[in-house]
Design a protein around this ligand. Structure first.
Ligand SMILES: C[S@@+](CC[C@H](N)C(=O)[O-])C[C@H]1O[C@@H](n2cnc3c(N)ncnc32)[C@H](O)[C@@H]1O
Length: 198
């Protein structure tokens, strides 16, 4: 049963593709919206900050980030998600506030020290190599830049304290990890982690 369900989950939510991916994207835009917006509020980008959103999916957090910052970049490996995010953020793309590109957490395509803020919600359970992805996010953040990660607690690839240790080992400081209850019955407990590149 699990062998059958896994490919469907990947096509719907993990690396969304085809009609199932579009359905997954619509469900994520509803169910994960509160956590996406909460992560943006925690990161608190300023108008002049460069914000990198990793795995924006249908683009709810991307749109929220573009309400605060004029320089938002979203990278996602799924063409279906890039298309959904492009539709949601069409006005901000036209105004030059949002740019979208193919990419992953381990390969963002962003230059060294180019981002003030990195935000990623519900993607870290999909990173094939968590330490490699964290090294990449550390590379693209400028010194003093901040990162906010969130994932459904039940899907974390490792326990929250161990994840915090892995983030420290990648060179981050001021690491804080906690859980948060989204104010909607649709969303389960979220694990949150914030850190700063020293
Ligand atoms: C479960 S969805 C979450 C989307 C959105 N952030 C949300 O919370 O609704 C996972 C997203 O991460 C993307 N993704 C998959 N593998 C990834 C990776 N290695 N790095 C970054 N994003 C990835 C998927 O294409 C998809 O858009």
């Amino acid at each position: 049963m699990e062998a059958l369900a896994r490919p469907l989950l990947i096509r719907g939510f993990g690396r969304p593709s085809g009609p199932l991916g579009r359905l997954g994207g619509r469900l994520m835009a509803l169910g994960n919206a509160a956590t996406e917006r909460h992560a943006v509020a925690l990161a608190a980008p300023a108008e002049r900050d460069v914000v990198l959103v990793v795995g924006p999916g249908p683009g709810v957090g991307l749109e929220a980030a573009a309400e605060r910052s004029a320089h938002v970049i979203g990278v996602d490996p799924s063409d279906v998600m890039l298309a959904m995010a492009r539709r949601r953020c069409a006005a901000q793309i036209r105004r030059g506030r949002v740019r979208l590109a193919p990419g992953t957490a381990a390969c963002t395509g962003a230059p060294d020290a180019s981002a003030d803020v990195v935000i990623s919600v519900n993607t870290l359970q999909l990173w094939p190599d968590v330490p490699a992805a964290l090294r990449e996010l550390h590379r693209v953040l400028r010194p003093g830049g901040r990162m906010v990660l969130s994932a459904h607690e039940k899907w974390l690839p490792l326990a929250l304290p161990a994840l915090a240790d892995t983030v420290r080992a990648a060179g981050f400081g001021a690491v804080r990890a906690w859980t948060w209850e989204p104010p909607t019955r649709m969303a389960p407990t979220a694990a949150l982690l914030s850190a700063v590149r020293p």
